[in-house]
Write a protein of this length. Structure first.
Length: 298
């Protein structure tokens, strides 16, 4: 069994197993056919998508940009205030990711839109939409034990509308522009890039060494924030909708356990206020104490 790559999970794991496999480079897929509770999240999210975008949300990119931006922002707000956060907590526990006995911190819980066609809606409009070039999330967070959770909605992702991974680069240095990316400038809107990305030179070096994620709507995907990944950038006439969030296990953060960091550059800050403790009993996602104060690390 390869150390890095896709693994479909058919039975409940433990939190330790999920974290260890992810830190080693495994991309874990929890299918709805083995974990039917995931359908509760999918149904909740898809209902909200259709209430905002009608019977053909996959064509939402044909709307005027300002109208699309408003609908996207409304969708995000409604999702966070819905029953979805409670259902996601139950779903994570059903796959073995323990939120009750272990201290876990969560990033933003989001229902994202990646518009198809030539739509230019993006971070300049609403904050976190559009298609991203190759990047590691850890270039921005500087937290090596970050786990990413991703669920596609409505229809099966195609080669033109999915996540692309570059497994061969999980344990290889990748040139990136994080050295001049400043989280505080993002907050003050002096910085328009929401995320550091691979440089043009390194993107050329990546070539075709990618894994296009092929999963069913409602399947839950877990992977290390250190995985190099991107939105597949081929022009696509279908808009993509997906649920995303991120988690950090407190004990791993304190002990320095996580994926290896091999790149030459990293951002100047560790924005620990991205992360708030998850309380299983609360019907919101992550509203507890912060993981810590934002740290300047260089």
């Amino acid at each position: 069994m390869k150390a890095v790559g896709l693994e479909r999970i058919a039975k409940k794991l433990t939190s330790q197993e999920i974290r260890t496999l992810s830190y080693s480079g495994k991309i874990l897929v929890f299918p709805t056919k083995h974990f039917p509770i995931l359908n509760l999240i999918r149904d909740e999210a898809e209902q909200l998508v259709k209430s905002n975008f009608g019977d053909h949300p996959e064509l939402c990119h044909l709307e005027k940009p300002d109208h699309l931006a408003i609908n996207c922002m409304n969708l995000r707000k409604e999702f966070r205030m819905s029953a979805a956060p409670t259902k996601i907590k139950k779903a994570l526990e059903s796959i073995g990711f323990d939120l009750g006995n272990e201290k876990v911190y969560g990033g933003m819980l989001d229902l994202r839109v990646a518009p198809g066609g030539d739509s230019q809606i993006g971070t300049d409009k609403v904050g976190s939409f559009g298609r991203l070039p190759p990047h590691r999330d850890t270039w921005a967070s500087n937290v090596s034990c970050q786990l990413n959770w991703w669920m596609p909605l409505l229809f099966e992702p195609t080669e033109q509308s999915t996540l692309a991974f570059y497994p061969e680069f999980f344990n290889r240095n990748v040139e990136n522009d994080s050295i001049d990316w400043n989280y505080l400038k993002v907050i003050s809107k002096e910085e328009t890039r929401q995320q550091p990305t691979a440089t043009a030179t390194s993107i050329n070096d990546l070539g075709e060494a990618r894994l296009l994620l092929n999963v069913e709507p409602g399947d839950l995907v877990c992977f290390s924030g250190a995985h190099l990944h991107s939105s597949y950038t081929m022009k696509n006439e279908i808009s993509r909708f997906n649920v995303v969030t991120r988690t950090v296990a407190h004990q791993d953060y304190i002990k320095g356990i996580g994926a290896s960091y091999l790149d030459d550059h990293h951002a100047a800050y560790r924005p620990l206020k991205w992360w708030r403790e998850i309380d299983v009993a609360n019907d919101r996602w992550a509203i507890g104490d912060f993981l810590g104060k934002n740290e300047k690390i260089r």
